[in-house]
Design a protein around this ligand. Structure first.
Ligand code: AMP
Length: 315
């Protein structure tokens, strides 16, 4: 097992509209956002599929970021194309179209050189495909799963099956409620933990994220930003920063104590939130294409300061 991160998900072209601007044919996809963030902290191997319309410059961008793209297959046909529009609050969005293109026949093949990767992030794709990926890797140290409402609605059984087999799930608050209806987020999280997953990380857009595990709960805010241009990929970037940090920090090695792993996850949530705070400041991956570790550190420090205070002692 090595300390690299394997990310399997969508590689996409996106059309994005906000109340103030819009752009078409942008580089997007869950695996793209995830790997751009993760590559700041660890070696990243990406698996996905693209059509013959996918610009070479996007692949070059991933390579320049240090992402190994040997597992990105180019097939005849169109690249997965997604169109979304954000509402005034920049949290809620409407999907206008999802054109699967070559993604419809996607059958992820994990190259032999990726199978020893210690950290696996199953970014948002069909849970059946996520199950196939797990069947091809050796014994990763940590497996993380993301999903979306579409799969909860149309492939619930397969989704539950994969949740049972991973270490952590990242899910947004509406999706958690859709999967396990309850007015209480804690109850939805508890139902997820009962399936056997060790950690549930609930993403709440501009309200940050909360982790539930046997060790208790931990919440990280989102940085209060004045100028959000495009929230697309914030969740995937959060996840990529989180898994990349876990792989690079050395606290999740073979034999690490549960306390060490808990602390690593808490730190990783701050890192994920810092990465996500940058990606939303411009369309597509532009803002994180040339981001530095120093910049990420600055925002981690801001986030850390915003959740720290002296212990409270009631007298
Ligand atoms: P996020 O904003 O983190 O939820 O992720 C947005 C990205 O997810 C976009 O770049 C889309 O291309 C991608 N996406 C949208 N729908 C799907 C889908 N059904 N399967 C996989 N990826 C998707």
């Amino acid at each position: 097992m090595n300390d690299r991160v394997l990310i399997v998900g969508s590689v996409a072209l996106d059309d994005i509209k906000t109340p103030w601007a819009g752009e078409k044919n942008l580089l997007g996809g869950s695996a793209v956002y995830g790997s751009m963030a993760a590559s700041q902290f660890a070696g990243v191997d990406i698996v996905g599929v693209i059509g013959d319309d996918f610009p070479q410059e996007h692949l070059d961008l991933l390579s320049r970021a240090g992402v190994n793209i040997d597992g990105v297959e180019r097939q005849k046909g169109k690249t997965f194309h997604w169109g979304g529009e954000y509402h005034e609050n920049m949290n809620d969005r409407t999907t206008h179209f999802t054109e699967l293109g070559v993604f419809a026949e996607f059958d992820p093949k994990i190259p032999a050189s990726y199978r020893e990767d210690g950290f696996v992030f199953l970014a948002n794709i069909d849970p059946e495909l996520q199950l196939r990926v797990l069947g091809q890797v050796k014994k990763p140290r940590l497996t993380l799963l993301d999903t979306m409402n579409l799969w909860i609605n149309i492939k619930r059984a397969e989704l539950v099956e994969i949740i049972k087999r991973v270490d952590a799930i990242l899910i947004n608050e509406d999706e958690a409620r859709l999967l396990f209806p309850s007015p209480s987020q804690a109850e939805s999280a508890e139902k997820l933990l009962e399936l056997g997953v060790s950690r549930v990380i609930i993403k709440k857009g501009s309200n940050g994220a909360q982790m539930f595990s046997k060790q208790g709960t931990f919440a990280v805010p989102a940085l209060p930003l004045k100028d959000v241009k495009d929230p697309t990929g914030a969740g995937d970037t959060f996840a990529g920063g989180l898994v990349g940090y876990l792989a690079g920090c050395g606290r999740c090695a073979e034999g690490s104590s549960p306390e060490d792993i808990e602390m690593a996850f808490r730190q990783a949530m701050i890192v994920g939130s810092a990465c996500a705070s940058y990606v939303v400041e411009d369309f597509s991956t532009r803002r994180i294409n040339n981001i530095t570790k120093e910049k990420i550190q600055q925002r981690c420090d801001q986030l850390y300061a915003s959740i720290s205070c002296d212990p409270v002692v009631i007298k």
